[in-house]
Design a protein around this ligand. Structure first.
Ligand code: BES
Ligand code: ZN
Ligand code: ZN
Length: 494
């Protein structure tokens, strides 16, 4: 995918489609619209008087071979109200618009950035939107696969721009969108194709391509480290556990404390002996979405060359029932010595994260962020719009919140009051892995908190937002979290 800022005027750009945002409440006499109307022989004013006027957010109108322009198609994109137009709306409008013209075989697409949004932000959001729109969860279709399209994205603006700055911003958008699409592809892989070893293999390939260091531990190393919680979950499957460690040394001092990212990598979650009902199991190939988000974020961090030391930790297991599986009532021992009474084997995510967070703490993390499809309860609380975040440190919370404002991935803060802790008190061990049914996302987070000590930590529960069953829009894995993790690590607010 080539991306480029063009200095020519919009009417002389040669491309397959020029996307021009138009607002619901355009100023009368806006010079762009007047110009456009003139070039189109009065069509704009004509359209305005009919229902074809496409200013409602996401509507498009395609004008073919406009005589006085060089583009093969002019796409008028309804951009909603002028005052609501920002980089987030550009990103999501582009996803909508580009998906509507999928199959048109557009190779070179230009986007006209209107002055309401700073050019470098607009350009980046447009690149992200266009590239995210190209993803299709059709790897396993043998017929009717979507044809690849969009080879080049051009950004056009009426203003004087710093070319290097805008192109760097577009480049960042490209890296983030590519990483997000990589995560989506991997989340979409079914359990019979991607098990813990295959996930480790995928991570090894990614690491080799982008220059990350990687270590993959098998069961002997897990035994050695005393990672009893990961091992206990893995027991039910014939597929052995893997612990994937990805390292990016970007700080001037390679000894500087790392930022640690942890992703839940359950390649399939049947619930184990606490077996899930069939319907709840259908989508559980996606229980590795946190792991994929961390892997993709690490790739983007390496490609951007973020000047921080960052470690990505992925505990990878398959949660199945068998004659060797852990039983409800078993007591296991996590790496940090905490004993856990396993009340429900379906609450396996928190068990594998317990060992990974303990290890992150041992690495002397500056701060840790974990991301996991952890609880159905967070879906009850927040639906499929926002992910829940839990945070033990205000400064880190501010950083995460700013990151989400950059990425456009919506979060909502949930509580961590001490009173919730009593729900996971066990009568026979240090803690148990589930509380009662109320506030299930919070008790899960309280469980994780037992393994972070004093390290600033944020937990992101993405159980509601990892998949999208869309109205012909985005369908399948969303790649939620990739872009937010990169922004958290970069910490620039840029
Ligand atoms: N992987 C699930 C959580 C989940 C649910 C993800 C729905 C995506 C959509 C997790 O391992 C799980 O099963 N959690 C249980 C915990 C319960 C047993 C305390 C749940 O939420 O039902
Ligand atoms: Zn589960
Ligand atoms: Zn799970």
């Amino acid at each position: 995918m080539k991306i480029r800022l063009v200095k020519e005027s919009w009417d002389s750009i040669e491309c397959d489609a020029l996307i021009m945002p138009v607002f619901e409440n355009e100023d009368e006499g806006d010079s762009l619209l007047v110009d456009l109307d003139e070039k189109l022989g009065g069509l704009i004013n004509e359209l305005k008087s009919t229902e074809e006027w496409t200013s409602k957010a996401g509507q498009i109108s395609v004008i073919y071979r406009p005589e006085k322009l060089k583009t093969a198609r002019l796409i008028l994109l309804g951009a909603g109200k002028k005052e609501d137009y920002d980089s987030h709306s550009i990103r999501s409008l582009m996803v909508k618009a580009v998906r509507k013209v999928k199959g048109y075989n557009l190779k070179r697409v230009a986007f006209y950035g209107r002055s309401q949004v700073e050019s470098k932000r607009a350009a980046r959001a447009a690149v992200e939107g266009i590239m995210l729109a190209t993803y299709e969860a059709d790897d396993y279709k043998t017929k009717d696969r979507s044809k690849s399209f969009v080879e080049e994205i051009l950004f056009v603006s009426g203003e004087e721009l710093d070319v290097a700055e805008v192109e760097a911003s577009m480049e960042r958008g490209k890296i983030l969108a590519n990483a997000t699409n990589m995560a989506r592809k991997l989340v979409n892989e079914p359990g019979n194709r991607v098990n813990p070893s295959r996930l480790a293999q995928a991570a090894t390939e990614v690491a080799a391509k982008c220059g990350l260091e990687i270590e993959v531990w098998g069961e002997p190393e897990l035994e050695d480290k005393g990672m009893g919680a990961i091992l206990a979950v893995a027991r039910g499957s014939d597929e052995p556990a893997r612990f994937i460690i990805l390292k990016h040394f970007g700080a001037p001092d390679c000894e500087a404390k790392p930022i640690v990212l942890v992703g839940k990598g359950v390649t399939f979650d049947s619930g184990g002996l606490s077996l899930k009902p069939a319907q709840s199991m259908e989508e559980m190939k996606a229980d590795k979405a946190g792991a994929c988000a961390v892997l993709a974020a690490m790739e983007a961090i390496a490609r951007i060359g973020v000047k921080k030391n960052v470690v990505g930790l992925i505990p990878a297991v398959e949660n199945l029932p068998s004659g060797r599986a852990q039983r409800p009532g078993d007591v296991i021992r996590a790496m940090n010595g905490t004993t856990i009474e396993v009340i429900n084997t379906d609450a396996e995510g928190r068990l594998i994260l317990a060992d990974a967070l303990s290890y992150g703490q041992q690495l002397g993390a500056e701060f840790m962020v974990d991301i996991a499809t952890l609880t159905g309860a967070v879906v009850v609380a927040l639906g499929k719009v926002r992910a829940g975040i839990f945070c033990n440190n205000e400064e880190l919370f501010e950083r995460v919140w700013r990151a989400s404002d950059q990425s456009g991935e919506k979060l909502w803060r949930m509580p961590l009051d001490d009173e919730y802790r009593k729900e996971i008190e066990s009568s026979i061990a240090d803690i148990k892995n589930v509380g009662n049914r109320w506030g299930g996302a919070i008790t899960a987070a309280k469980f994780l908190q037992e393994f972070v000590g004093d390290v600033p930590w944020c937990h992101i529960d993405i159980a509601g937002v990892d998949l999208f069953k869309g109205e012909g829009n985005v369908n399948g894995p969303t790649g939620f979290g990739v872009r937010t993790l990169v922004e958290i690590v970069s910490g620039t607010g840029q």
